[in-house]
Design a protein around this ligand. Sequence first.
Ligand SMILES: C[S@@+](CC[C@H](N)C(=O)[O-])C[C@H]1O[C@@H](n2cnc3c(N)ncnc32)[C@H](O)[C@@H]1O
Length: 393
Amino acid sequence: MNLADSNNLINWKRYSKAGSIALGAINLNDNLLIKGDNLVVLETLLPFYKNKIKLICIDPPYNTGGNKFNYGDNVSHTEWLNFMESRLKLARNFLSDNGIIYIHCDDRKNAYLKVLCDGIFGRDNFITNLIWRKKAGGANDSQDIAVEHEYILAYRKNKNGIYKVPLDDKTIATYKYEDEKLETHGKYKIKDLNDPSLSDSPGLHFDIECPDGGILEAGEYQWKCNQSTFLKRLNDNRIIFKKVNRKWKVYYKIYLNEQRGKLHYDKDGNPVQRGRNLSSILYNIALNKDGSTDIKNIFDGEKPFTYPKPVKLIKLLIQSATKPGDIVLDFFAGSGTTGQATLELNQENDPRTFILIEDKDFIQDITVPRIQKSLDLYNSNESFVYCEYNGFN
Ligand SMILES: C[S@@+](CC[C@H](N)C(=O)[O-])C[C@H]1O[C@@H](n2cnc3c(N)ncnc32)[C@H](O)[C@@H]1O
């Protein structure tokens, strides 16, 4: 079965950073950009991608009533829910067993979409309702309460498929010390070994002898680990004694490349940095205006699309739910932010594939050039394949 043989998809073209190139064979790990109504395009793609998509990341029209941007954004509430229901039911079939779906929405639609998704994906598969802070300030311009956030509903198909995301630069900078383990373990930071906030346990109370022979007594301190772990850490040069206000304090080292006491390696055998769990409040990631800057950077200062999502936000979502080799599907592609975010990750030697679907004519003037310019921006040797749903116009 070959996707290019499907009668439903026509006008195939392949683009590289240099422009249109020979089409060649189409593989399931080709990046795809398809023009057409997502319902019929998804139906066409399903036999090829059933249970194969690791992440669906969509930003559907919020149905704000404006219809300013020809989003199909001005329908009745029931129509909107029916529209979403048919597409989400179909979309679920694409997800792998540990597949994840992220759905952007605003606070007016969130409750309804949550109930709809509970019915489609199962209440037990609801992960959380991420809160994305999309703008800062402007409170005095609001009529009543300044709404600074949107939501991203997160569901799994069946099994857990959320991964740790990379630490941000500010956090990485806190790992500033070096020792003999630098090459493998990276830099380290230190943390107080005394932690009275832990629930009391006799195993966490023991005497510690300081470098000058003084004793920190069991009765006064509650350490973060038991004595045998402490001694192992001491012998492995993972404990630091420091005098603070003329009193000894004990610290333990946390290495940048160690996760739960273990080193992890990439496919080239290099140690990888520890990650962090994504937290449900996406506070200082990127704002709406960063999405505008991203697209302006691609289109020489012009802004051909209103309110694209910020690349940084989408990149983080992709990192949280995919590993190299996985496919990301966005069937409300708009200007193609999901494509650009995937290519940005791929540039960091983290290859993923995208499938984008968008039904509006602007795809030719905005989405295709944006993805092509992104290939150039990231000096990527990848290509993407464009095609159209037959009989769409
Ligand atoms: C909110 S925008 C997505 C913006 C995108 N996240 C970005 O950063 O550019 C929603 C998009 O879905 C598209 N859309 C709406 N209904 C569609 C349909 N039935 N099939 C395909 N695309 C559709 C709209 O044209 C619009 O571009």
